[in-house]
Design a protein around this ligand. Structure first.
Ligand SMILES: Cc1cc2nc3c(=O)[nH]c(=O)nc-3n(C[C@H](O)[C@H](O)[C@H](O)COP(=O)(O)O)c2cc1C
Length: 170
């Protein structure tokens, strides 16, 4: 798929079929996550692959929307802050790294005809408990991974003229 088309094709899918994701497809999506760039190549992240079958109720506590557990898989991206690159003024880039990993995953999934939806509004305490996350592992984002059962809504975006600055702020 051409890149411009891929970017337009992706949208936040909030209804999924229960059809399985073939292992080879999942492998390609995960490989895209592995190849994501990270600050100083520290790779301070882990990707959790969670099968939803039989765990719908438990996983539903993580994020209370029915569509969150409709797909056969939920993917979680976690940050390991202790391994992240920190700029000399103290700013850590671990969250940025994790976001790039998730975006690679999301775009690769789109290229495979799969649907995803970033979920940051999950319950972090429930995520820790249900997924047995040790201290020092921070869940950053989740997404269902499966085949869409809805249609893309109209895309609402600010015009580029509002978002873009040239040379300097003012
Ligand atoms: C960092 C981040 C967190 C998000 N968290 C949630 C969420 O918790 N629940 C949800 O339904 N959508 C979530 N979204 C999806 C956004 O609402 C969505 O990307 C935005 O409205 C644009 O729509 P589109 O993805 O269909 O283009 C999140 C997106 C991002 C990038």
């Amino acid at each position: 798929m051409e890149f411009a088309q891929l970017i337009r094709q992706r949208y936040s899918v909030r209804s999924y079929k229960s059809d399985p994701v073939p292992d080879a497809v999942l492998d390609r999506v995960l490989e895209a996550a592995r190849l994501a760039p990270t600050a100083a190549n520290r790779q301070p992240f882990r990707v959790l692959v969670i099968r939803t079958e039989g765990r719908e109720e438990e996983l539903g506590r993580l994020y209370r929307r029915p569509w969150f557990v409709e797909a056969p898989l939920v993917i979680g991206v976690c940050c390991l802050p202790a391994e992240a690159w920190v700029r000399r003024d103290g700013k850590s880039y671990g969250d940025v790294d994790a976001a790039i990993v998730m975006d690679h995953l999301v775009l690769a999934a789109t290229a495979e005809g799969l649907g995803t939806c970033w979920v940051a509004n999950f319950d972090p305490a429930a995520a820790r408990e249900i997924l047995a996350l040790p201290a020092g592992v921070e869940p950053i984002a989740f997404s269902p991974l499966g085949y869409a059962a809805d249609q893309p809504p109209e895309r609402k975006r600010k015009p580029l003229t509002e978002l873009l600055l040239r040379e300097r702020w003012s």
